[in-house]
Unconditional design. Structure first.
Length: 565
């Protein structure tokens, strides 16, 4: 990746940072952080935040911390921690030893909460969660003071210490900030700072704690303790910024970071909610967090997306404060551009139809040279065995076809890629009338050239029958049939829009023999079929399973255009 800041498009966040540096705020330092909660795998929306935070730190010669917001142990575990670290490294970023957990600050957070109590800024409340919601009021009505709001400071300190000691049951008491129950901002109506959680083992602190701080208290304090200068988050936290500032203004911390919000990524034909993604996994609608249909980085990696393509996509969509929905075609464009430049070309027949070249010697095998990439000679060549029996794709043959069909027809000619021109002489069918084999002839004078006067409509791919390798191919489509499944206004649950054809598995495909040496994760363009990678979970030994990363063209754009006509 380039370290040239000038090569990175500007945005309003960089404008703010430039102004801060010009005014020598924070002594010119730039320190950001990426703070995921380890309650699931990262998705493409997180990639936007990763690229933004780590990219800003890189371009301003600053730092970016990786800090896990691990304050909800009921939903978190070490599997997610390790998966998140792997995803960030895969994207091409490194936290350089600056790995932190919010749980690292449980002790100072507790002491700062006590400081708020001593200063009359926090109190222990015995209202139930339902009563707290009731007392909170509405957007048009002010809230009501809790009957415990004016507890003496010493009593609050004693109760809070006993909460920590485990004397009270879950939900019996909480610690709340004492701010303003009449504030038009609901987040300032005495928000909860601590709650009791028994019976969980935290992946970092074990059973040491039974009270856990809330995000709105933990996050600003963690930022300040780490010396963060610009706390960049998504727009849903904009209304939380006054609380972020209130916390930092009322506790003893070394600095006051600036919170800046940007719009989150909403990608069409998928969902970005971790809760909903978790439901898809737990309900068996997908094969796991790394299912190639999922918008998770693990799923996209397994499907064949590259780190460069995702970084390019995040750069293309930009950083704004405007909520929008990004077309899936933009993401697919980025991966096509990257793989078109870097993926080696191979031939694979997804729907095999046998071809017998009658005038080609039965015992003859020619090794025909083929470029690994048509525009990159440095990628070299490989050899393709040409034999009497071949496979072509069933879609490349018609007994009768319209004039625009530029492939093989009965009695017609077509060129085999990197090989000869063949003519279909006879069509062999089974008892039900299905085409099962083609008998053809070849012109030995057409190898590597097209003799003057010879008109051949098209070029098709092929694989030698005796030397081809059997493989499984998994063809992926949109996970949902609706562009915005979780915001559709027809009353349906988002799962009702799951696409029943999001995965089609073809179990007997034939690929060229050079792929015998390919390894899981390797990526190729199957000529005329799309970009594929070898599945990292299902391939191994003699088993070859290919995932189609993306088609050669955006077929969905054509479908949508047709539907609009």
């Amino acid at each position: 990746m380039s370290n040239d800041k000038a090569a990175t498009p500007g945005n309003f966040i960089r404008t703010i940072i430039d102004a801060d540096r010009q005014a020598n705020r924070n002594d010119g330092r730039v320190a950001t952080r990426f703070p995921p909660e380890p309650n699931g795998y990262l998705h493409i929306g997180h990639a936007k935040s990763i690229c933004l935070n780590f990219g800003i730190a890189r371009d301003y010669q600053g730092t970016c911390n990786l800090r896990f917001d691990d304050t909800n142990p009921h939903k978190e575990n070490i599997e997610y921690v390790e998966a998140i670290k792997e995803d960030i490294r895969w994207l091409g970023y490194d936290w350089g030893g600056r790995l932190f957990f919010a749980s690292d600050y449980f002790e100072p957070l507790y002491e700062l909460a006590c400081e708020l109590i001593r200063n009359g800024r926090a109190y222990v409340c015995d209202l139930t969660a339902e009563q707290i919601r009731e007392f909170r009021g509405t957007l048009t009505e002010a809230g009501r003071d809790s009957p415990y709001r004016d507890r003496p400071i010493e009593e609050n300190l004693d109760l809070f210490a006993r909460m920590r000691a485990g004397e009270f049951e879950d939900g019996a008491r909480v610690l709340r900030a004492r701010i303003d129950m009449g504030s038009p901002n609901m987040n300032l109506r005495d928000p909860t700072l601590y709650r009791i959680r028994h019976g969980v083992i935290h992946h970092q602190t074990g059973e040491e704690w039974c009270i856990y701080p809330m995000y709105d208290f933990t996050h600003p304090v963690s930022d300040a303790l780490e010396g963060i200068t610009h706390s960049i988050c998504t727009l849903e936290f904009e209304d939380h910024r006054p609380l972020y500032d209130w916390v930092l203004d009322n506790v003893s911390v070394p600095c006051h970071p600036q919170q800046i919000e940007f719009s989150r990524l909403n990608l069409q034909y998928t969902v970005m909610s971790k809760r909903k993604l978790t439901q898809l996994v737990e309900d068996g609608h997908v094969e796991g967090w790394d299912d190639p249909r999922m918008p998770t980085l693990a799923g996209m990696r397994r499907r064949g997306f590259t780190p460069a393509s995702i970084r390019d996509f995040c750069e293309r969509i930009g950083v704004t404060k405007s909520e929008n929905s990004v077309e899936m075609g933009m993401l697919e464009y980025s991966i096509r551009e990257d793989l078109n430049a870097h993926a080696a070309r191979r031939m694979g027949v997804i729907h095999p139809l046998k071809v017998v070249i009658l005038n080609y010697p039965e015992d003859r095998v020619e090794q025909l040279p083929a470029a690994n990439h048509p525009q990159d000679e440095s990628m070299g060549q490989r050899e393709l065995p040409f034999t009497r029996e071949l496979y072509i794709d069933r879609e490349d043959f018609r007994e009768e076809a319209p004039r625009k069909f530029k492939r093989l027809v009965s009695g017609g000619e077509v060129r085999l890629r990197n090989a000869y021109v063949i003519r279909c002489e006879e069509v062999i069918k089974d008892v039900d009338g299905n085409v099962i084999e083609l008998h053809c002839s070849y012109d030995s004078a057409t190898l590597g050239a097209n003799p003057e006067g010879r008109k051949v409509k098209g070029v098709i791919h092929w694989v030698s029958a005796p030397y081809g390798l059997e493989a499984e191919v998994r063809l992926y489509d949109r996970l949902f049939t609706h562009a915005s499944p979780d915001t559709a206004r027809d009353g349906k649950d988002y799962r009702e829009y799951l696409n029943p054809d999001s995965l089609r598995t073809v179990t007997r495909c034939i690929v060229e023999p050079s792929l015998a040496d390919a390894r899981p994760g390797d990526q190729f363009q199957f000529e005329r079929e799309g970009y594929f990678c070898i599945d990292t979970r299902l391939s191994g030994g003699t088993s070859l399973v290919f995932n189609r990363t993306v088609t050669l063209r955006d077929s969905w754009a054509k479908i949508e255009q047709q539907q609009q006509v």
